[in-house]
Design a protein. Structure first.
Length: 122
């Protein structure tokens, strides 16, 4: 069984950010990581000052694991790195939530999701 892999360097265009397509892209990557490649762990790491990235990780179902203090020197400053992960035992519940969130019946006439992804994880 494989160990872990990391999603990194995500740069969505403003037209894709916080859109269903961006969420679906992450779902497809997770499905590949867990269902097809058999990884046990999927990691998300970001600058602790990057509030949008931290919020996205949590919205997508990653769990906060901690802070690596003074992890790297980046752009002339000491960077603390926030670590998040999804593990294989969490994936079935998360996969189900993504699939329900992506259902056409979860969209209103303007294409907005009726239920949030986090509400479907429970």
């Amino acid at each position: 069984m494989r160990g872990s892999t990391e999603v990194g360097g995500i740069n969505y265009s403003p037209r894709l950010q916080r859109r269903p397509g961006a969420t679906e892209a992450m779902y497809l990557m997770m499905r590949r990581v867990f269902d097809e490649l058999g990884y046990r762990r999927y990691e998300w790491k970001c600058d602790s000052l990057n509030a949008p990235s931290r919020a996205a990780a949590l919205r997508l179902g990653f769990r906060y694991e901690g802070l690596f203090r003074q992890h790297v020197v980046y752009k002339g400053r000491s960077r603390d790195t926030s670590w998040f992960s999804v593990i294989d035992s969490e994936w079935p519940t998360l996969r189900s939530a993504f699939e329900r969130w992506l259902e056409p019946s979860n969209c209103d006439a303007e294409g907005r999701q009726r239920a949030s992804l986090s509400s479907l994880r429970t």
